[in-house]
Ligand binder design. Structure first.
Ligand code: HEC
Length: 121
């Protein structure tokens, strides 16, 4: 009985250690904290140097009530993982005008932060 419980417990612990999604979310939150948070809040309606990113995925680009959009205002796309990846890799190339002065160069950082953005309501 005791052995069985120990086994079950260690299986649970191991599952916790290798569980992918939890780890990926954590990474994305970490990337966001280091690279995006200075300019973006994740609270709806709360803007900093850039617009709030609450509920950003699946929303039309440049449509919050942020007053200081530069190039992305009513840009005519809906944010999905693919165009978000292109935007973050090189905003100026993607928007074709003056826009967010920031590039997230590492592909794995972009994937992690996009997974995180998808969790924001
Ligand atoms: C130096 C400040 C700054 C940093 C750092 C920054 N951004 Fe931005 N971001 C902006 C500004 C300013 C805009 C508005 C751009 C425009 O209007 O063209 C913007 C726009 C955006 C938009 C479009 C929002 C919308 O309403 O459509 C997204 C998405 C975005 N940023 C994501 C990110 C992510 C993710 C990071 C971190 C990897 C990041 N930004 C880092 C300043 C920043």
């Amino acid at each position: 009985m005791k052995t069985k419980m120990m086994l079950a417990l260690s299986t649970l612990l191991m599952a916790g250690m290798v569980s992918g999604p939890a780890l990926a979310d954590g990474d994305g939150a970490e990337v966001f904290k280091k690279r995006c948070k200075v300019c973006h809040s994740i609270e709806a309606g709360k803007h900093k140097m850039g617009p709030s990113l609450a509920g950003i995925m699946g929303r039309k680009a440049g449509t919050t009530d942020f007053a200081k959009y530069i190039g992305i205002k009513d840009f005519g796309i809906v944010w999905d993982a693919e165009n978000m990846d292109k935007f973050l890799a090189d905003p100026k190339k993607f928007v074709g005008a003056k826009t967010m002065a920031y590039k997230l160069k590492k592909e794995e950082d972009r994937a992690a932060v996009i997974a995180y953005l998808q969790t924001l309501k």
